[in-house]
Design a protein around this ligand. Structure first.
Ligand code: SF4
Length: 448
């Protein structure tokens, strides 16, 4: 995505490390998941006593909670980084959320994704779920098994109560969630396998769609509350996930390289250089260069101290962010025709600016190649891709998009090529590219 124009809504981690403190592991995991949300961060830990301690803050993990964890003990904990797609950007909406059920010890819960329908009183989707869970007078796992079938949406969820760690994934499995075993014993679950790696954990398996997994000192137990057609979000491979993660057995790095190579076959063009829009398109550009035989170069430099612009909710912030974030390398670009590869285009605001930057640096021709199909449909599954002006390609051909962003040419990867690169064992959701929605609700909503 050229400077990232759609947001996703969070990363989660849960740790059960008997005999060792969970907080350092939670922090390491949250740092690794930071790309999934930068608005707020939080963690909750249980030290065996009557209460669960939470630490929440706004901003990056280090700023938000790094200074609040001294003396925080306990070997069981969950953590969260947030991008807001539901509820305002404020500390009140940071997670994990703590709750207490009558006659029982407290619990805490955090999720990645959106709960599109939760019966009960208002509040953010997570708070409403916590309220429902608090009303069930059974162990938390049983309460989740009773409650989650009532909840629609696309989510991966971690929770804790009574010395037990819980992980659950919606029945379509839109959002990834992986579990691993810690060196020295214990368990970790996280939105991406890169967080497992950061903790030195060994990947065991993904939590299945419609599955609740319980972890305690005795081992693991699994319950099903749904399942059937799966619909893993293909945008995880395109943009959201880290390239060192593996999603549904497919290494994200390989998927992106394969997409770039397929793009070179489907949309070849003569040029002096292939370059990425850093950072998420870098591997697709490498694949394009390898397949086409055109030299790879870095013609745009990203300022890593400016956060990913897609994380910032307002368009004004996005526009300001692009100019600060990317600068052209004039001596690479000047006098050359370039293929600039991006992973996706949603709003086209930054695509226009990237083309203008390359032309201002002296590029003779700028060909835009997008390593995913045109985004023409809104997402109803927690990703910030909406109708209206948000979707630049909604009523535009590739040629018209090329003119819109000021490129000499613009071409997309086909949906077939993307699916063939990304498919593991699960079916994929490709709805924002194809309009093929996996759920009946979303099909109805999409008839706007
Ligand atoms: S509509 Fe697009 S962004 Fe949303 S879940 Fe499906 S593939 Fe992912």
């Amino acid at each position: 995505m050229i400077s990232g124009e759609a947001g996703e809504e969070c990363g989660v981690i849960g740790v059960l490390a008997p005999g060792r403190p969970a907080v350092p592991m939670l922090l390491d995991g949250l740092f690794t998941l930071q790309h999934r949300g930068q608005e707020s961060a939080g963690l909750a830990v249980w030290d065996g006593g009557d209460d669960i301690a939470t630490r929440l803050g706004m901003g990056l993990v280090g700023d938000a909670i790094g200074g609040q964890v001294d003396g925080l003990g306990g070997s069981l904990g969950i953590g969260h980084v947030r991008y807001s797609t539901s509820g305002a950007s404020s500390l009140a909406n940071a997670q994990p959320i703590r709750g207490r059920r009558r006659g029982r010890t407290p619990f805490a819960i955090a999720h990645n994704g959106n709960l599109t329908w939760v019966p009960g009183p208002g509040g953010t989707d997570t708070r409403r779920l916590a309220t429902l869970l608090a009303g069930v007078h059974r162990p938390l796992g049983a309460a989740m098994a009773d409650t989650l079938p009532l909840v629609s949406g696309a989510y991966s969820l971690v929770a804790m109560a009574d010395g037990t760690l819980y992980a659950a994934r919606d029945s379509y499995g839109f959002r990834p969630l992986s579990m691993g075993v810690l060196e020295g014993g214990g368990w970790v679950v996280a939105s991406e396998t890169a967080a497992l790696d950061a903790l030195g954990a060994e990947f065991v398996r993904d939590v299945e769609p419609g599955e609740i997994v319980e972890f305690d000192v005795r081992g693991t137990r699994s319950y099903r509350f749904g399942g059937g057609r799966s619909a893993l979000c293909v945008f995880e491979h395109v943009y959201f996930a880290r390239p060192d993660s593996v999603i549904d057995k497919r290494p994200v790095y390989e998927v992106r390289r394969d997409c770039g190579a397929a793009l070179a076959r489907e949309a070849p063009v003569e040029a002096d250089l292939v370059m990425p829009v850093p950072d998420t398109a870098r591997i697709a550009a490498l694949g394009y260069a390898e397949e086409s035989g055109i030299r790879y170069a870095e013609g745009l430099v990203r300022n890593i101290y400016v956060s990913r612009t897609f994380i910032q909710p307002s368009q004004a912030q996005r526009q300001g962010g692009v100019r600060l974030k990317l600068r052209p390398v004039e001596h690479v670009v000047a006098g050359r025709s370039v293929v600039v590869v991006d992973d996706s285009i949603v709003r086209a605001t930054s695509a226009r600016q990237v083309v203008a930057l390359l032309r201002s640096a002296g590029a003779t021709r700028v060909h835009v190649r997008v390593a995913s199909p045109a985004v023409r449909w809104p997402c109803f599954f927690g990703v910030d891709i909406r109708v209206g002006d948000d979707l630049a390609a909604r009523h535009r051909t590739a040629e018209e998009m090329g003119r819109l962003v000021g490129a000499d040419s613009l071409a997309y990867l086909s949906a077939d090529a993307l699916v063939s690169a990304a498919r593991g064992s699960m079916d994929l959701c490709t709805a924002c590219f194809t309009g093929d929605y996996p759920t009946a609700d979303s099909r109805r909503e999409a008839t706007w």
